[in-house]
Ligand binder design. Structure first.
Ligand code: KG4
Ligand code: ZN
Length: 340
């Protein structure tokens, strides 16, 4: 019998709802919040207010796009964390209210596992290849940079993580220093395509095992620009493309070095990438090229699945449903991954 899952995502600044029939995507509605752009970063209070406004129409549209009503839904899967407390509270409370009113099962989802399990979302009439277990996933977003060993759908082991900033944060903070709009990652990506990646070199960290560090890069980038601006106040404007290309190359080199190290250590050739930064064209190419050279099977998500979305949350929901992993009305949001 088919299982219908309604997924709800509200961990940061995207309100999203999606419907899956088993692993097949029927709808995926995302309302992105533009309000943060003028502030140069996500303002938590504004994010929760926007979620509050968006959640009802977004869920409504996801159900109607899927040609379903709430009575067709077997379980509601919601992001429990990690994320911003005010944002999470909107999705969690809405999911609980709906589940209680309609007597539907509830499933709590780890947002980061969601990013990874987006690789198991199918589309009607398309033959999508899924990673085989065990696989390694480079999970890179605005809040996290991790190397994850996936042993089964619900068994993830974090083998490397950032000890300070995330890769997305490095993109965003360095972009801000250059006066680029928020979020800086996509803008840097675009400008980098017209620049020379070897024009400038920036500090690369030395961190143990499979861990990452990006705060040193951010500082080195800032000091480098301050020195150059002293010599020429138009330095950034004149070198924007080269700066973006060199910055992007440095971040990708840092990410790839530890990823390759992990694949060798664990002797795994099934390699996936996920999270907001996996939209980066340079990173996508670097993984494809490394895969061709090293005989990996690589799994690169469709662009619309790199950003926060509820299809990935519903995907985790489907696999938890198969294992009867439900949660009760006592479910509370958690801001940190370690609390999950
Ligand atoms: O996964 P995500 O949507 O939200 C979090 O859970 O954090 O990731 C957002 C991050 C932001 O830092 C954004 O700048 C970055 O992903 N990002 C990119 C690109 N598109 C989004 N970074 C580099 N290149 C891109 N094309
Ligand atoms: Zn995310």
């Amino acid at each position: 019998m088919d299982t219908i899952i309604l997924g709800i995502e509200s961990s940061c600044d995207d309100t999203s709802a999606a419907v899956l029939r088993n692993t097949t995507l029927l709808s995926n509605v995302i309302a992105s919040q533009k309000v943060h752009e003028e502030w140069g970063g996500v303002i938590p209070e504004l994010a929760s207010r926007a979620h509050q406004q968006n959640i009802v129409p977004v869920v409504h549209k996801a159900l109607s796009d899927a040609n379903m009503t709430i009575d067709d839904v077997d379980a509601i899967a919601f992001t429990r964390g990690p994320g911003l407390m005010g944002s999470l509270l909107v999705g969690v409370s809405f999911a609980k209210g709906l589940a209680l009113a309609k007597n539907i099962k509830l499933i709590d989802v780890n947002h980061l596992l969601g990013h990874i399990l987006v690789h198991f979302v199918d589309k009607e009439g398309e033959d999508i290849k899924h990673p085989n277990f065990p696989f390694i996933c480079l999970l890179v977003s605005g809040g996290h940079s991790q190397i994850v060993l996936m042993k089964s759908h619900l068994d993830m082991e974090i083998i490397g993580k950032t000890i300070d900033d995330a890769a997305g944060e490095a993109f965003d903070k360095c972009a801000k220093v250059m006066g680029l709009p928020y979020p800086g990652g996509p803008v840097v990506d675009k400008l980098a395509q017209k620049g020379d990646p070897n024009a400038f070199t920036f500090a690369k960290p030395s961190v143990k095992n499979f861990d990452y560090s990006f705060s040193g890069l951010k500082t080195s980038f800032l000091y480098f620009l301050q020195d150059k601006i002293e010599e020429d106040t138009d330095f950034i404007e004149k070198n924007k493309n080269d700066l973006c290309a060199s910055l992007q190359k440095t971040i990708i080199d840092i990410l790839m070095k530890k990823l390759i190290k992990a694949t060798k250590e664990y002797n795994i050739k099934e390699i996936a990438v996920a999270g907001g930064v996996s939209a980066n064209s340079g990173l996508r190419n670097a993984i494809i090229n490394a895969g061709e050279k090293r005989g990996w099977n690589t799994y690169i998500p469709e662009l619309k699945f790199t950003m926060d979305n509820a299809a990935m949350i519903a995907s985790v929901g489907y696999f938890k449903y198969q294992q009867n992993q439900f949660i009760g009305m006592d479910a509370t949001p958690v801001t940190r991954q370690s609390e999950l």
